[in-house]
Design a protein around this ligand. Structure first.
Ligand SMILES: *Cc1c(COP(=O)(O)O)cnc(C)c1O
Length: 394
């Protein structure tokens, strides 16, 4: 029996189930390779963010093991007291050079990177201009800052300009923040035009490149490289948990800002440093991308093939121009059923509904990766065709 004071939770959960929005959490019993063991079943992985297969790359695994032996399991201190390892410093230098920025700060996650950066740059007297579809970690970082949040229409520099003109004069300073690649739609922000607008009004600029690193730009150098905007964006947020295959977040950009964050960023000051093993694996990942574009090239080959075939089958893959491939289905219940049937066919691709995406825009999100062979991709396409026909989607 649930205690009276907690009965509201049962009501909320029942409502989620009724709307097909209750999240069923699957358990993984294998590495995130092309084929995974999920809830005891061997299935094709169209689900993880392991874009380049680096999570199981022998160089990352070896580097992590060596660091574990050398530094032990955990640093047992925050970065600003006794937790900054030589590995952290080396990683920060290496990632800054890779991205072509002056400096970088490594924190526990991409989520934390937004909590670290945004409240350090703006406060109560300031204003943030934020894309309507920005990631939850940006939204939370904005809220945490207590600055006024003004939302501009998705990927719309004209609307951003209108809102800057209207609101900026009432505040001390402004920050424009956008996802680089939008994680649920796979479209990309018009970074060049957003930069022009922000620059015109002296507004600081920040882009979250979580799904752009290892994917966009030369050899996966990210969205700023894709647009050739080096040295222009003030702050780039990144993550090591996606294409880089490990864990951790990064705030990269102008030295003056990164130095300031070392004094002010709360996840840096008040939460333990990332382990040596994870940090060493991140270092190896950056080195691999620095040496060769092979994995990134394969990722794009697979992406072109998979998306082209999905469109031929008649699926709506939305506005995506990246390996993130949304298969638009509309109702959350349909998306859930689609995902369940794919799983029966041996394909792991999760449905995504509200609040991760707007109501009525539920979808299956396919993550194409360099790990997949042509046979794997064809296996996935066949399953989509079969389930799509059975459910009347195509
Ligand atoms: C995934 C993601 C994050 C969170 O990164 P983690 O390292 O997993 O915490 C932040 N921002 C965006 C845009 C993301 O897609």
């Amino acid at each position: 029996m649930t205690e009276e004071k907690l009965a509201w939770i049962n009501d909320e959960v029942a409502a989620l189930k009724e709307q097909g929005l209750y999240i069923t959490i699957r358990t993984i019993d294998s590495p995130p390779t092309a084929w995974m063991v999920v809830d005891g079943k061997r299935v094709l992985n169209l689900c993880t963010n392991n874009y380049l297969g680096l999570a199981t790359h022998p160089r990352l695994v070896e580097a992590a093991k060596a660091a574990l032996d050398r530094f032990g399991a955990g640093p047992t201190a925050v970065r600003s007291i006794a937790g900054t390892l030589s590995l952290h410093v080396e990683l920060e230098k290496k990632v800054a050079a890779f991205k072509g920025v002056e400096d970088a700060l490594y924190v526990q996650s991409g989520f934390n990177a937004n909590q670290a950066a945004i409240p350090s740059l703006v406060g109560r007297e300031d204003v943030i201009f934020s894309d309507r579809l920005n990631h939850a970690s940006i939204i939370d970082g904005c809220r945490l800052s207590r600055a006024k949040i003004v939302v501009y229409e998705h990927c719309d520099p004209e609307d951003a300009e209108r809102k800057i003109r209207e609101h900026l004069p009432n505040y001390r300073r402004g920050l424009l923040v956008t996802d680089g690649v939008f994680s649920m739609d796979g479209d990309i922000a018009p970074l060049d035009r957003l930069y022009e607008v922000a620059q015109k009004y002296g507004v600081m600029t920040m882009v979250d490149d979580a799904h752009g690193e290892g994917v966009l730009g030369r050899g996966g150098r990210g969205i700023v490289d894709h647009f050739g905007l080096h040295g222009k964006f003030d702050v780039e947020i990144g993550t090591f948990s996606k294409a880089f295959g490990v864990v951790g977040g990064v705030i990269a950009g102008k030295k003056v800002i990164v130095d300031w964050l070392r004094q002010r960023a709360r996840p840096f000051l008040f939460s333990n440093a990332v382990t040596a093993a994870d940090t060493a694996a991140c270092l190896a990942a950056v080195e691999i991308l620095d040496e060769s574009t092979e994995l990134v090239d394969r990722l794009w080959e697979n992406t072109r093939y998979f998306k082209g075939e999905m469109r031929k089958l008649g699926f709506d893959t939305g506005q995506s121009v990246t390996p993130i491939t949304p298969v638009m289905l509309g109702e959350a219940k349909l998306a859930k059923e689609f995902s369940r049937r794919l799983f029966d066919e041996g394909v792991f691709a999760m449905s995504i509904g509200y609040p991760t995406v707007p109501r009525g825009e539920a979808r299956i999100r396919v993550m194409v990766s360099a790990m997949l062979s042509k046979d794997d991709l064809d296996y996935g396409l066949e399953a989509f065709a079969k389930v799509g026909k059975a459910l009347g989607v195509i």
